[in-house]
Design a protein around this ligand. Structure first.
Ligand SMILES: NC(=O)C1=CN([C@@H]2O[C@H](COP(=O)(O)OP(=O)(O)OC[C@H]3O[C@@H](n4cnc5c(N)ncnc54)[C@H](O)[C@@H]3O)[C@@H](O)[C@H]2O)C=CC1
Ligand code: BAL
Length: 504
């Protein structure tokens, strides 16, 4: 099979060539032992896009060996932080140059509008690469005085080694950048497994890895099914760390495989059922904007989607009608129209899952005050859907839907709001809107989540850590905290004066 695939950009009729082989040692190659292909779909039209090679467990072995070789020779401790920084900055420049082309393919493969992919996902990813380029020459240990006259200890923050990185389909480029940038900054090498639903932009980015000048084997990309390539990475004996973003159920499997193989370091960024609280002192218009963004951004396919909204009784009616109006304003449709802000869900599976939750909400007695019906026509589009009259035990209130489906409940006291918010097995994000500063401090300290937004929602920054508590994950991405995930601390004890009397 040719190691390229062609897709046509509908808006311009332009043909784009995408590498379709496995990216190992800076080359696109066929599978060592498999003829399997991954067939990608355009979720806005349900039409096939193109096919790429599906890597096997043997291909993962080959990619890991390439990453290990690079780690021992051309990367790891053999290259200075200054050089890693230079290459990361170069990669960022190339991503910036290709932002439009990447955004168009991301839109075709994932469904998100081109403008959103380019200005948000890719814009943020370029900044992420530059942010970690800044860290690459500042991975510092400590000097620890043990005894003034005779002994000193110091720490080295060594790159952890070969990293398996398993990423999802909801932010294919952005999750790539969040994982690749800190790993490379620290001197690690990578075997990246993109989602089988959205492998195309990871392959395009692999071309940029070569163009930027990274040595062969530093970044390898193996599109593969999760149960094949993902499982092989998680259980690989020569992978030192696995970083994962995806569902809690898969996160559990990865942790188990890591424990059963070589106890590799694991970081997990998993699901959520994030609560969003609106108190009566809040700026209601602004709170409604953020609440709409919280559930509708990326068509709700967001681990921090603010999918449970609780509104104080005294403002409930006014706020809910404001939110319904705001939600209706979202422009959903043609991803190549610069005005469009919402796209389809990524796949038929995801569409069926979300529609199933909508049906379950109705059958369990919740009231759909917006949306809730099948939308005619092609594509996995789901209209913004808002449920009221909910109870805590409903499936739509307890389970991650990953679609534009919001459950709205009510509370009377601050204490009740906190209890409702924390009534979940997840702990990823939480938001609150209030103009009472003391209340903001009190409530934010009580919310069980890795990220709490006050008077905003869903915006993340590359220099601020991100991750979950409870069953939303382990470890932190972004900020200086992500460096801990990719380094291993070595303590060196140095004796320059103490004599040991023997026997003791
Ligand atoms: N936290 C987040 O950002 C995400 C959460 N999800 C949640 O998961 C639900 C199901 O979506 P899926 O695509 O099935 O998620 P998933 O967790 O199965 O997929 C995410 C990644 O894990 C890989 N994977 C799957 N099985 C694996 C295994 N046994 N070992 C190693 N890697 C494996 C996949 O190939 C993909 O690259 C969604 O409806 C949503 O609720 C999905 C994607 C992202
Ligand atoms: N929005 C943060 C990344 C995620 O949804 O997976």
């Amino acid at each position: 099979m040719a190691q390229t695939a062609r897709i046509v950009i509908p808006a311009t009729n332009r043909e784009v060539t995408i590498p379709s082989g496995l990216f190992i040692n800076n080359q696109f190659v066929p599978s060592a032992d498999s003829q399997e292909l991954i067939h990608t779909i355009n979720p806005a039209t349900e039409e096939p896009l193109c096919s790429v090679v599906a890597g096997s467990a043997k291909d993962i072995d080959i990619a890991v060996a390439a990453a290990r070789q690079a780690f021992k020779t051309t990367w790891g401790k053999n290259v200075t932080g200054f050089e890693r920084s230079r290459l990361l900055n170069k990669l960022a420049d190339l991503m910036e140059r290709d932002a439009q082309a990447l955004a168009e393919v991301e839109s075709l493969n994932n469904g998100k509008p081109v403008r959103i992919a380019r200005d948000f996902d890719i814009g943020d990813s370029i900044q992420c690469l530059r942010y970690y380029a800044g860290w690459a020459d500042k991975i510092l240990g400590q000097t620890i005085e043990v005894d003034n006259k005779t002994k000193l200890a110091f720490t080295r923050h060594d790159p952890i080694g070969v990293c398996g990185q398993i990423i999802p389909w909801n932010y294919p480029i952005n999750m790539w950048a969040w994982k690749v940038a800190p790993a490379l900054a620290c001197g690690c090498t990578i075997v990246m497994k993109p989602s089988e639903l959205t492998p195309l932009t990871a392959l395009m980015l692999s071309q940029l890895i070569v163009e930027a000048g990274f040595p062969p084997g530093v970044v390898n990309t193996v599109p593969s099914l999760g149960s094949v390539g993902g499982a092989a990475l998680a259980s690989h004996k020569d992978v030192d760390k696995v970083a994962f973003t995806g569902s809690t159920i898969t996160g559990r499997k990865i942790m188990e495989a890591a424990a059963k193989s070589n106890l590799k370091k694991v970081s997990l960024e998993l699901g959520g059922k994030s609560p969003h609280l609106v108190f009566e002192s809040a700026d209601l218009d602004q709170a409604a904007n953020w609440a709409a963004l919280g559930i509708l951004y990326n068509t709700g396919q967001d681990c921090t989607a603010g999918s449970r909204l609780y509104v104080q009784n005294s403002i409930y009616d006014k706020f809910v009608s404001l939110l319904v109006e705001k939600s209706k304003q979202l422009v959903v449709g043609d991803g190549f129209d610069e005005k469009t802000a919402g796209g389809p869900l990524v796949s038929k599976t995801q569409y069926d899952k979300v529609m199933g939750y909508i049906e379950s909400g109705k059958s369990q007695g919740a009231k759909a005050i917006l949306g809730g019906e099948k939308r005619p026509g092609k594509g996995y589009f789901v209209d913004p859907t808002i449920f009221t009259d909910i109870t805590q035990s409903m499936k739509i209130v307890q389970e991650e839907i990953f679609g534009p489906v919001l459950s709205v409940g009510r509370f009377s006291t601050e204490e009740e709001a906190i209890t409702l918010a924390n009534d979940t097995t997840y702990g990823l994000g939480a938001g609150l809107h209030s103009n009472d500063a003391n209340q903001c401090m009190r409530v934010s300290s009580m919310l069980e989540a890795g990220t709490v937004w006050i008077n905003q929602y869903n915006l993340l920054n590359n220099n601020v850590p991100f991750g979950g508590k409870k069953q939303s994950g382990i470890g932190r991405e972004l900020g200086s905290y992500a460096l801990d995930e990719y380094t291993s601390v070595k303590a060196v004890h140095w004796n320059f004066g103490e004599k040991l009397d023997w026997p003791l």
